[in-house]
Design a protein around this ligand. Structure first.
Ligand code: ADP
Length: 370
């Protein structure tokens, strides 16, 4: 899907001159979402872009901890709040607003109030001309986040996760939430992916590996990044300086730079392309017909596509061994439901009752025309 154009943008004077709003989101708290948001903003700034950072986490604003602007008094002009400045970036957080409903107050606020308040602070801030406004979303994929995604004219999203068992499911939930509102997920960051030992130099994957590969295999998301658990990251955060600014030559700073570069490239690509995933439909007599963005059509034999399913029921995750017996797929099988999964894959339910097939478009492109 193309980067989202939102008519609300014109009704938000503070946001009028912001070219790109990029959400940094996570399913759970404590996975490093704010750390990624602030370092990503810093990396974009270092690349020469005009950058803002909005901490939308009304429940637990973390910006006042992870960065220290020289002044934190807020002033307004023409009914808009002037953002604070930090290292050439414009920043705003509930943590800077006196008597803001942060902390325990926010916990008892109902969803609609929370989203209204977040939206008011975002649209009531005079952001000025910005290339990128990074939005540090409140953690979760519930009603608050969904409403915010609806209210805020987001261009695209980045999802942050950790490598624990449930994180893959979390990422899927995140992609689906943004999908509902046509916000493309342009990158996935696996934070605290491993611990790099100072003594032996080895990478210790304490929680296992594989999340990123599954994202590539199942969702076609190629822009996924691993960030190790690095004591310097949290030490510098606690001291109020993002590692990208304090130690630009640190290998972790390099990962943040690559995340920034890939997000820039992906958003540009989506804009230039007119964007949009290929169209997929079932046509009796032709099979599954894929219409690629350049107008080319590919007809695929449904049984062949069903046999190519790489879900956990059809292919053993660890070994890659095929579990589906190709002979068990009926020759007259057909899709009962087809719907896009993010920008890079399509989900298909089949007439044999199989409902967990997700095909990255890269995989489909490699299948033969029937
Ligand atoms: P969230 O925004 O998801 O709640 P934070 O960004 O506040 O999470 O991070 C939670 C804690 O983990 C913070 O103390 C932060 O400094 C630390 N942290 C985040 N990422 C890393 C990392 N890669 N290595 C070490 N500590 C990290």
């Amino acid at each position: 899907m193309p980067p989202r154009q939102n008519p609300l943008l014109n009704q938000s004077p503070g946001l009028e001159k912001v070219a790109t709003l990029l959400a940094v989101s996570s399913c759970k708290g404590g996975v490093g979402k704010s750390t990624v948001a602030v370092n990503l903003a810093s990396a974009l700034k270092r690349s020469g872009a005009r950058v803002g950072l909005f901490d939308a986490d009304v429940y637990g604003p973390s910006l006042p901890t992870v960065i220290r602007p020289a002044h934190t008094d807020l002033f307004s002009r023409d009914e808009l709040i002037l953002p604070l400045e930090y290292e050439g970036m414009k920043v705003m957080s509930f943590g800077y607003v006196p008597h803001a409903p942060g902390g325990s107050g926010a916990a008892i606020m109902r969803g609609p109030m929370v989203t209204q308040i977040i939206n008011q602070l975002l649209t009531g801030t005079e952001w000025g001309e910005l290339d990128y406004l990074i939005i540090d979303m409140p953690p979760g994929t519930g009603d608050v986040q969904l409403t915010l995604t609806q209210l805020i004219p987001l261009t695209a999203a980045i999802i942050v996760t950790t490598p624990q068992e449930l994180s893959f499911v979390d990422v899927v939930k995140g992609i689906q939430m943004f999908d509902k509102l046509k916000v493309p997920t342009v990158a996935v960051v696996e934070n605290m992916a491993y611990f790099a030992c100072d003594d032996c130099g080895k990478k210790h994957y304490l929680f296992g590996t594989g999340v990123r590969q599954r994202l590539v295999d199942q969702f076609g998301i190629k822009n996924s990044f691993e960030i190790p658990l690095v004591p310097d990251v949290s030490r510098l955060s606690d001291a109020g300086t993002p590692i990208v600014l304090e130690k630009p030559d640190h290998p972790v700073s390099d990962v943040f730079r690559r995340i920034a570069e890939s997000a820039i490239a992906e958003i540009r690509h989506l804009r230039e392309d007119g964007g949009g995933p290929p169209g997929v439909r079932f046509v009796i007599g032709r099979g599954v017909v894929v219409t690629w963005p350049d107008g080319r059509e590919q007809d695929i034999d449904p049984a062949e596509l069903r046999r190519s399913c790489r879900c956990a029921h059809c292919v053993e995750e660890m070994t890659g061994k095929r579990l589906l017996d190709p002979a068990s797929v009926p020759a007259d099988i057909y899709p009962t439901e087809i719907h896009p999964m993010g920008n890079y894959a399509v989900a298909i339910h089949w007439s044999d009752g199989h409902t967990s097939s997700i095909y990255p478009f890269d995989l489909i492109a490699g299948l033969e025309n029937s």
